[in-house]
Write a protein that binds this ligand. Structure first.
Ligand code: NAI
Ligand code: MG
Length: 397
């Protein structure tokens, strides 16, 4: 029996709308049956309403549980204040990113970012072997990024005063290293990890490794220096690993990992990290498999799940008469949604069609041709966003 569901589509800004539309065409052509309802999100709603994530969108997600999101535009605080409607100005409204807001509101604490090599992608990472020949290692890595805490938790101060400053002074290292610095010259961003969230991301990583037959989980933090938070994550990982005897636990430091990933990316399987290091290491691996046009992600909470490409709204490309951007990251994000909705057959069919188009090499967007992103790429043989989507749809069997 075909399942019927409602998906909240959130196109957002810029190319978000363009790529989301293409993903929906592919889902439809592949036989995925769902109702779609559009949720407002992004810059337009900040400017018009003073809220880039209106309550009605929150309500839609509360009700329907599954979101497919394009991308939004974020701008610095001052620009945000300038661009909002005159009647909303000077009311104390402060812009904050709606995607971060959505992750916090629904506690979408588990972010999954797979990075798999597509055969025949001209953007694949290559390296020189000892005998001088060129090798193309196959990357098959899935990054689990804690999505709600750590350095992106938003607990920060400039010019800390009162009890905040007093609390800092209770730490001997603060007194020694910063005690002589005038308060107004200090900014503090905290890095808070909780046991519950740390356990959830670690368990998600181990369970995924087990289910998908990866033989290692790598904690990518910096426990030798950031002893309390990274240290807690690694210690908890050691305890949890005891329940997964077939899976090895590896420990790398984020800085070293960024070096190792271009030396031996094929050695890594599942990687787990806190919010910021997960963001960094996932961009690093994404670069090895073709970059932003290919990087997909899932944000999973206990109740709600939102799927999105990791790229932003690329405003420069949004106004082109014929869109040139690569929709594959968005289409792959839709496949992650299908996994989540327990539609593995349709997901597999779409992934195969994408892989076939890439390996065949006849239809390539500008990024895959290493062209500079300009409107004239279409005259140089690059496929448009719609053309590559058409090619993918034709391969669906
Ligand atoms: P971006 O990801 O939008 O674009 C950076 C560059 O990557 C583009 O100029 C383009 O060369 C390339 N690119 C991105 N997506 C592509 C695609 N699908 N196909 C081919 N090439 C692609 O990042 P940028 O320029 O730093 O930010 C633009 C806006 O997006 C900002 O307002 C930023 O705050 C926002 N942003 C939103 C995110 C989200 O919605 N999750 C994530 C990152 C940035
Ligand atoms: Mg990022």
């Amino acid at each position: 029996m075909t399942k019927q569901r409602t998906i909240v589509t959130m196109p957002g800004d810029g190319i978000g709308r363009i790529v989301l539309e293409q993903a929906l065409r592919v889902l439809d052509a592949a036989g995925f049956k769902a109702d779609y309802i559009e949720g407002d999100i992004g810059w337009e709603f900040w400017c018009k309403e003073g809220n880039p994530l209106p309550d009605r969108t929150i309500k839609l997600l509360e009700k329907h549980k599954t979101g497919l999101f394009g991308a939004i535009t974020s701008k610095p605080k001052d620009e945000a204040a300038d661009e909002m409607a005159d009647e909303l100005k000077n009311k104390g409204l402060i812009y904050s990113s709606p995607i971060v807001g959505m992750r916090q509101h629904f506690n979408l604490d588990i972010c999954i970012r797979p990075c798999h090599t597509y055969k025949g992608n001209p953007l694949n990472f290559i390296r020189r072997a000892a005998n001088g020949s060129v090798e193309e290692p196959e990357v098959d890595v899935v990054i689990f990024r804690q999505n709600t805490e750590g350095l992106y938790g938003g607990v920060e101060w400039s010019h800390p005063e009162g009890i905040v400053y007093e609390a800092l002074k209770t730490h001997p290292k603060f007194v020694k290293n910063f005690g002589h610095v005038p308060k107004e010259e200090i900014s503090v961003s905290t890095r808070i990890f909780t046991k519950k969230a740390t356990e959830r991301i670690l368990r998600a990583a181990f369970n995924y490794a087990k289910k998908n037959k990866y033989n290692s989980v790598t904690v990518c933090e910096k426990p030798n220096v950031i002893r309390e938070t990274s240290g807690m994550m690694y210690k908890m990982a050691k305890d949890i690993q005891k329940e997964f005897s077939d899976i090895q636990l590896w420990n790398t430091n984020i800085d070293a990992q960024m070096m190792w990933l271009t030396k031996n990316p094929e050695d890594y399987g599942v990687i787990v990290a806190g919010n910021m290091f997960g963001d960094i290491v996932s961009d690093g691996f994404a670069g090895l498999i073709g970059g932003l046009g290919f990087a997909c992600s899932a944000n999973l909470g206990e109740d709600v799940a939102v799927f999105e490409p990791t790229h932003g709204s690329a405003p420069k490309y949004a106004g082109y008469k014929t869109s040139i951007v690569n929709p594959i990251a968005m289409i792959e994000s839709a496949c992650m949604m299908l996994d989540h909705l327990d539609e593995p057959t349709i997901a597999k069919k779409i992934r195969k069609a994408v892989a076939d188009v890439i390996s065949e090499g006849k239809t390539r967007t500008y990024d895959m041709m290493k062209l500079q992103g300009r409107e004239d790429v279409l005259t140089k043989g690059a496929a448009s966003t719609v053309q590559i989507t058409d090619a993918i749809i034709q391969k669906l069997v």
